[in-house]
Design a binder for this molecule. Structure first.
Ligand code: URA
Length: 235
């Protein structure tokens, strides 16, 4: 990879900014100063340093965000805040959310620039859990459990079997392996309940634990490998 591209993708500035850094003798490769922007970096063996600090190249990034209300699950919008606003320090990475949560839904969402993994995590084919806590406008009749668990006709599509649990008179936990448009709200609407609050408490095996609303963290290597393994990227 060209040295200027390498530095840009590591977050060291625009193409012209990193060219200046290189010209100013601030970059060394294997402890030799390099002043040529088109130097071809060997990603597996070269050690690139900026003022003696190693710059490690990483192609893909994976974050878990605890989404607050009021943010769109989109990369940009002309008039409304999006969850990418939390990641302005990483604007060079082309991040995007894995699937969508509605503007008024809170909770766990993965942000990445790894398209293949994202695609698999939202595909029903890999049965990845998406676990929601839905607060309803009235107490729930637990007889709807059976239909949630066998499948509900929404428009002209049948939902896949989901898991359903009543956790207090008007609060339910629903586990889906798919993500149709407004799915949880529409499943409850089918039985004349209105969802007044929706929170995703877990995505795959990733719970929010101590991650506060508005905060995000990088996934660990073990977590990334586990996501790749449940979606058959790592066999
Ligand atoms: N189902 C919904 O209705 N909304 C969400 O944000 C997620 C799942």
């Amino acid at each position: 990879m060209r040295l200027d591209k390498y530095l840009k993708e590591c977050g060291y500035g625009s193409r012209s900014e990193v060219k200046k850094i290189i010209k100013n003798h601030l970059i060394s490769i294997n402890d030799v100063i390099v002043t040529s922007s088109n130097y071809n970096v060997n990603l597996s063996s070269d050690i690139v340093k900026f003022s003696n600090k190693i710059i490690k190249y990483q192609k893909y990034y994976y974050f878990l965000l605890n989404k607050p209300k009021g943010y769109l699950s989109a990369t940009s919008d002309n008039s409304q805040p999006t969850i990418l606003d939390f990641f302005s320090a990483y604007s060079h990475l082309d991040l995007f959310p894995v699937g969508r949560l509605d503007k008024d839904t809170t909770g766990a969402i993965i942000i990445t620039n790894d398209g293949e993994l994202a695609h698999r995590l939202i595909s029903p084919k890999y049965h990845v859990d998406k676990v929601y806590i839905a607060t309803l406008d009235k107490n729930v009749d637990s007889s709807i459990k059976e239909e949630f668990e066998s499948g509900i006709m929404l428009g002209n599509e049948m939902t896949l079997p989901s898991k359903f649990e009543v956790i207090s008179p008007n609060v339910c936990r629903v586990t889906l392996h798919e993500g149709k448009y407004h799915q949880v709200k529409r499943m409850f609407e089918h039985f004349n309940y209105k969802v007044i609050a929706l929170h995703r408490e877990r995505f795959a095996f990733l719970s929010l634990d101590n991650l506060l609303e508005n905060n995000y963290r990088l996934l660990t290597d073990d977590e990334i490998n586990a996501l790749k393994s449940i979606t058959n990227i790592l066999k």
